[in-house]
Design a protein around this ligand. Structure first.
Ligand code: ATP
Length: 245
């Protein structure tokens, strides 16, 4: 079942063509990788998908609990639709505790009264345990090491029980051990929450290991898509990364 359909999506910033005529169809439960050189338009696509930017042209359609169309996309509404994200530059409430950061992630469910305050505490503790952060629950978010901050941001994003989770460079700044743990965590998230994960990532070994399909961007264009194996052997992709001979 398709959960996200993007049709002829374009975003220009003045003369800069950040995203050009992109078409995507993403199925429920997939782990999707978006890759491409710096400035290829990946984060702009996330910002379009979450209503931060309004498209120059084209459509975005989510098929979640309800159908959500381009005109409905507003950053503050995404979590209510079932779409949650993390950011390239980590956005935590840095002067709040680790536990409070996760608890804030439950606000949409508390607002809808689909979870009680007590259950939100219990679930926050469970999440922190799973994310290896329980022993740091009272520390201020800003005092955590970088890898922990990235994991905390994912834990908070999960608290709202999204159907689609968008991760913008989750492995950035992580050491190899943390990246390996992140890989296991992403598989666990998908299996536990049965959600769709779309991630932007520069760590090719992580992308090739966890993604079922990969979309490759270059100068705003979607230049290739396929399984990790297909992408690794794709001439257009090799050119985008290494340049013409
Ligand atoms: P990276 O891997 O470095 O994060 P990216 O693939 O995410 O790169 P984007 O950040 O989406 O690329 O940028 C695509 C293009 O759009 C770049 O040329 C960038 O400078 C431009 N761009 C992005 N946001 C804006 C904006 N708000 N105003 C003007 N130009 C922008």
């Amino acid at each position: 079942m398709s959960v996200l359909k993007v049709t002829n999506l374009t975003k220009n910033f003045g003369g800069i063509k950040a995203v050009t005529d992109v078409n995507l169809n993403i199925e429920m439960g997939e782990i999707i990788g978006l890759i491409g050189p710096n400035g290829a338009g990946k984060t702009t696509l996330f910002n379009l998908l979450t209503g931060i930017y309004v498209p120059t042209s084209g459509q975005i359609e989510y098929n979640l609990n309800t159908k959500v169309k381009t005109k409905d996309l507003k950053p503050h509404k995404m979590v209510h639709y079932g779409v949650s994200r993390t950011f390239q530059n980590i956005r935590l409430f840095k002067d709040m505790s680790v536990l409070d950061n996760v608890l804030l992630g439950f606000h949409s469910l508390l607002f809808k009264r689909s979870i009680s305050r007590k259950d939100s505490f219990d679930e926050a503790y469970e999440l922190l345990k799973k994310f290896n952060l329980l022993n740091k629950k009272d520390e201020l978010a800003k005092n955590l090491p970088y890898g922990d901050q990235r994991r905390l941001e994912i834990a908070r994003a999960l608290a709202s029980k999204p159907m689609i989770l968008l991760l913008d460079e989750p492995a950035a700044g992580m050491n190899p051990k943390e990246t390996k743990e992140l890989k296991d965590l992403i598989f666990w998230i998908r299996n536990e929450y049965h959600l769709t994960i779309i991630l932007i990532e520069h760590d090719m070994s992580l992308v090739m290991n966890i993604c079922e399909r990969i979309f490759v961007f270059d100068y705003g264009n979607l230049v290739a898509s396929g399984t990790p194996k297909e992408i690794q052997n794709n001439k257009r992709v090799i050119t985008a990364y290494l340049g013409e001979e």
